[in-house]
Design a protein around this ligand. Sequence first.
Ligand code: NAD
Length: 275
Amino acid sequence: MQIPDVKLMNGTTIPQLGLGVYQIDDEKDVKLAIATALESGYRSIDTAAAYGNEAGVGAAIAEAGVARKELFVTTKLWNKNQGYESAHRAFDESLEKLGMEYVDLYLIHWPTDKQHICDSWKAFQEIYASGRARSIGVSNFQPMHLDVLLEYADTTPMINQIEIHPYNQQQAARKYCQAKDIVVESWSPLFQGGELLDDNIITTIAHTHRKSAAQVVLRWHIQHGLVVIPKSVTPERIRENIDIFDFELRDEEMSMIDTLDRDQHVFEYDQRPLS
Ligand code: NAD
């Protein structure tokens, strides 16, 4: 299965589809999910310090036997560790837990306040310069947060990972990032497998293509140029979620899904400007 690559502003690339491992806590589940994903052709894994599974992810990757240089591994700095020294320390801990010499992408998990974000970014730039993170970026940053960071930053964040699915399309953030050449990555791309997958428009389109609702939603992300990281622990679903490169949604179908936007979030989060 050939997954397209998306080019980042520093010339490196990220596979357009990867496996998310949020809420996969049990070590056996992590192992099975990652082994299944790598066997099926996934090459990108998205974890975070906050998920508490970096050690399991690292062990599962090592066991699967795919060369490290073929993989794209993302982890994230948790909020309580934001700050200059603490970000450096947290990054070292993440690398140690993963059992890796570098990650492909290190993200600030959430915007908090200006001081913490800028101090963390200073550390991120040094980590990037050292080669231990091949790219750096942010997550859950709205344009108002990026404005603050961009004014401070010498190195522009290369990726912004935000909640995107047809019920929450984040047009403003996407437009802003596109203008700044920041790649947008969709978290909870399936809206956590809830009501979206029963939506009439989605299931009707799925029926036409003899594909599942999840495959249609993932295809919608891909055709909008978004990077996706659907999560599953179920081998059949992991395989299903990568089996989306043999069909294409028509323009009218893309437009129909575009009409579903209703600003519906996975959970409520703070979207105020940085203090
Ligand atoms: P998701 O939208 O990927 O949904 C996952 C759920 O959808 C699964 O638990 C399962 O119930 C269902 N599902 C998966 N494949 C399916 C299929 N083929 N058919 C039917 N149902 C299916 O939600 P998520 O896990 O919240 O997000 C994906 C990844 O994004 C996470 O694992 C994590 O890596 C990342 N994430 C990042 C942040 C952040 O703040 N940066 C927040 C949440 C998630």
